[in-house]
Design a protein around this ligand. Sequence first.
Ligand code: HEM
Ligand code: HEM
Length: 220
Amino acid sequence: MNSIVQRVWDLPTRLFHWTLVVLIALQYATGEFNLLDMRWHFWFGYATLALIVFRVLWGFFGSQTSRFSDFLRGPRAVLRYLCDSMSTNPQARVGHNPLGGWSVLALLASVAAQAVSGLFSSDDIDTDGPLVAHVSDATVKLMTRVHHWNENVLLALVCLHVAAVLLYLIVKHDNLIAPMIQGFKRAPSAQSLRFSSSWLALLLFVLCAGAVGMLVWWAG
Ligand code: HEM
Ligand code: HEM
């Protein structure tokens, strides 16, 4: 069968993904296994927060395959995708599929909840998130509980995510990992996709990092 090499993921999305993977691993290593000082947990947390806010903006202003409007579909589209993927001749596609799109949203929401709740979390001994002093004790208790509870939700979502990617590789012989590294995928025919400038991504990321920096500075 003839096939062409198609650009699928832009550089900002790929950098976002693999930086996020490293940061989340470091967050568990510092939070759960006490590798490095808790101060590092905070620094990695701020970086994660900036990254996630950037990804939300990139979901509106980024390249076609990274936009929420491209991959968040209703239940009928998800059902159609499931039926199609079980057929003998499934349709080739680029970008997140309608089911994967919702798992992406769940992952982003869980990471965001973890990063935000961390700002208000306390171990009641010597480690307080930067916004603890600005809210009531009840809010700190609730956010600390969310930080602990969501730690397991995020872990479960990541396991499910990696299992799905491996299932595609082993069962469907569809390697999704290489395109997330290189940006390109083999497809039966070319699709015209719109790509946004990496400079715009850099500008958005600098703004996000600046906003997180200002928040932390303001919190003292
Ligand atoms: C902490 C662990 C991880 C998190 C939080 C995570 C999160 C995400 C997110 C949010 C996306 C959507 C990308 C976007 O549109 O911005 C994604 C996609 C993807 N991830 Fe991960 N990921 C993790 C680990 C991994 C690992 C270890 C692999 C490789 C085995 C992997 C392979 C992929 C692939 C191939 C895609 C693209 C899926 C597709 O083609 O639709 N991820 N991941
Ligand atoms: C996505 C990012 C994050 C992940 C994955 C994460 C993960 C974790 C984990 C696994 C723990 C250990 C909880 C336990 O003992 O069971 C923890 C504790 C903690 N984290 Fe995070 N965290 C993140 C972001 C943040 C941020 C941004 C802050 C604050 C700036 C923060 C502040 C704290 C604090 C204060 C604790 C101690 C709470 C306690 O022991 O009760 N975290 N985090």
